[in-house]
Write a protein of this length. Structure first.
Length: 103
């Protein structure tokens, strides 16, 4: 268990392996913001276009972020954003969908 005895010289909020992950950090932030927008806007019936599109894009960015994630912290934040995006997407679809009843 040599890895248990190793000291970590720097404690980072986003990377637990000591390496920078700018793409993964960006995808985390985008997924979290889109999830928050989708979740909050899904509570209002008239904002179904915003909630459904933000939820769909949040699901896509979160899924790609999960695919390329390197650390547990990245995966944790991505799952939170994915869950909020999915709830916002589904409620937006229930309130009127992606195209607002045009199609």
């Amino acid at each position: 268990m040599a890895q248990a005895m190793r000291r970590q010289s720097s404690v980072s909020l986003f990377a637990t392996d000591g390496k920078p992950h700018p793409l993964q950090d960006t995808l985390m932030a985008v997924t979290l913001v889109l999830g928050a927008v989708a979740f909050v806007s899904a509570m209002f019936y008239n904002l179904h276009l915003l909630s459904s599109w933000a939820g769909l894009v949040g699901i896509i960015t979160g899924a790609y972020g999960q695919f390329i994630s390197a650390t547990t912290r990245e995966r944790f934040v991505l799952i939170i954003g994915l869950g909020a995006s999915a709830v916002g997407f589904y409620l937006g679809m229930a309130h009127g969908g992606l195209f607002g009843g045009i199609i």
